[in-house]
Design a protein around this ligand. Structure first.
Ligand SMILES: [Zn+2]
Length: 177
């Protein structure tokens, strides 16, 4: 489902009531589109932004394993300092980091089949990070953290190069951990 920036009925998830942590890729073509999307969710000046090459893949890939630690260290600080209750994972099409980390076969042709395969690959990595975030929050609650503070929702999006955004994972889908 494509998300309309300004019409709440076309946004298939509840509006965030608190602040948000946004994870996005370093792609410089989409910086303005990402700002526009966040503004459309009424989040102007209400989000922390972490930029990792490849977004969820960047955090989860093993080549630079420290990136994963950096992400979760920042998540902890964002929860504590900015009271964030939602994490937005913003993947994007034609992502050079996917080919960089996974190989040239992860550059996709602009065909219907190519776009489907590309979306599936982004869904896989976004889901893996989403599950890691949920497991991290459960650990924090289990070790005495404030249950309300660590009740985090993760929403996964895919943006194309025109700035159109769709949900990568249907809300309410089961977590895998
Ligand atoms: Zn990218």
């Amino acid at each position: 489902m494509e998300i309309h920036r300004r019409l709440p009925e076309r946004r298939p998830y509840p509006a965030p009531r608190k602040n948000v942590l946004l994870l996005s890729c370093m792609d410089l073509r989409l910086i303005d589109d990402i700002c526009g999307f966040m503004d459309g969710d009424n989040l102007e000046n209400r989000y922390d932004q972490l930029v990792f090459a490849g977004a969820s893949l960047g955090v989860m890939q093993p080549r630079h394993a420290a990136w994963r630690d950096v992400f979760f260290q920042h998540l902890d600080i964002a929860v504590q300092l900015h009271d964030i209750r939602d994490v937005y994972i913003m993947e994007h099409r034609n992502c050079g980091a996917y080919a960089h980390f996974l190989g040239p076969e992860f550059e996709y042709p602009d065909t219907a089949e190519g776009e489907l395969a590309e979306e599936e690959e982004h869904r896989k990595h976004a889901k893996s990070l989403r599950d890691a975030i949920m497991a991290h929050c459960a650990d924090r609650r289990d070790s005495g953290g404030d249950p309300e503070l660590w009740d985090i929702h993760v929403r996964c999006f895919l943006m194309d190069l025109r700035g159109s955004v769709r949900m990568l994972i249907t809300e309410g889908e089961n977590y895998d951990f």
